[in-house]
Design a protein around this ligand. Structure first.
Ligand SMILES: [Zn+2]
Length: 353
């Protein structure tokens, strides 16, 4: 019994000593999940799509020729996948093929469409699918009349059209976003907390503060690169102010330990705010001064306020690390308490969904 207790305490010590740098596990599966592909169950697709869309996009059906509402569309704009919004074609790629389905002579570059051989109906054809969600679009033929020689024959029902006018309005109505880069120890923790803050549109884990633009996680972990592990936070200042973003920062990490957060030790774990303009610099400095004056911590704040130079996005398996690895020791023991603290202190600023 005693032995079991001993072993248990030993395990606890082991787990508590776990640090960010020690966790360099390979995460093939996470990289795949983070590649931006959309995966849904059949039931979910059924709920989201109309009956006809489901039949064509998910069951590889074909709409009747000359019935699609985009067949004769000549407006300027973008054609997107009706299931996932992936931008596939633009108006200048469309031509009148007289085949009964919207036809395009090329696709928007970037691997947005994937092709597979389709041997159904006693023919050998090239099926085209949305590379993001796998939705069936139609077929690709090499009998196009333009210089590309190609004809993307697409079901109208597989497409959503957004006109140039609508695109312009969409852009105008988009909120003006701001970006802040902060380092508060292991970036997995910082990213996980900011993902929950209302008004935050995106958070990326990465490196900043050093000089090498081709740095890697291993370089940064060595502590010699000058880079700090950081989170780049893109947020809507009309929902959450810079002051609030920084308030969260000073609540969920310890700004009084120089080059250290818990067991993560080294300049790469320094507490730092990278300001992009005078406003960010002044507000960050004022908050630090105010907190020091109020003796908010047992010792003085050591957070550095440094000019922002550039940001390098970290390797894919670092993105959304907490969300993907909730069961791992470091996540449960180090990140989870920070999340809980955030939830307690900023209950009214937590994202609703
Ligand atoms: Zn799609």
């Amino acid at each position: 019994m005693k032995n079991i207790q001993l072993l248990f305490s030993f395990l606890i010590v082991l787990l508590s000593l776990e640090s960010c740098a020690q966790k360099q596990s390979s995460n093939k599966q996470i990289a795949q999940n983070a590649s931006g592909s959309v995966e849904k169950t059949d039931e979910e697709w059924k709920k989201e799509l109309t009956e006809e869309q489901y039949y064509v996009l998910r069951q590889k059906g074909t709409e009747a020729p000359y019935t699609g509402k985009l067949l004769m569309n000549k407006e300027k704009g973008v054609y997107k996948c009706a299931a996932c919004g992936n931008e596939l074609f633009t108006d200048d790629m469309k031509f009148d093929s007289h085949c009964g389905w919207p036809s395009f002579d090329k696709e928007i570059k970037g691997g947005k469409i994937k092709t597979v051989t389709d041997n159904s109906h006693g023919m050998q054809r090239t099926e085209i699918m949305c590379a993001k969600c796998g939705g069936h679009l139609g077929h690709l033929f090499d009998d196009g009349p333009t210089e590309t020689g190609q004809r993307y024959c697409v079901n109208s029902v597989s497409l959503d059209f957004v006109s140039e006018k609508e695109l312009a309005t969409e852009k105008k109505n988009q909120p003006k976003l701001d970006t802040l880069v902060v380092g508060g120890g292991c970036f997995w923790c910082v990213e996980a907390v900011y993902e929950m803050l209302e008004g935050v549109k995106s958070v990326e884990s990465g490196y900043s503060g050093g000089t090498d633009k081709n740095t890697t996680y291993e370089d940064v972990c060595s502590g010699a690169s000058g880079h700090a592990e950081v989170a780049q936070i893109v947020y809507d200042p009309s929902v959450t102010s810079l002051e609030e973003v920084l308030e969260v920062f000073f609540t969920v990490h310890d700004p009084t330990t120089l080059n250290r957060q818990g067991n993560d030790i080294g300049t790469q774990y320094r507490s730092v705010i990278f300001y992009k303009d005078l406003n960010q610099k002044q507000i960050a400095t004022k908050i630090i001064n105010d907190l020091n004056k109020a003796n908010a911590y047992p010792s003085k704040i050591v957070t550095a306020v440094e000019p922002f130079n550039f940001f390098i996005r970290a390797e894919e398996y670092h993105q959304d690390y907490y969300a993907q690895n909730k069961q791992k020791g470091y996540c449960r023991l180090v990140i989870q308490p920070k999340i809980e603290k955030f939830e307690k202190v900023f209950a009214n600023k937590k994202k609703k969904n």
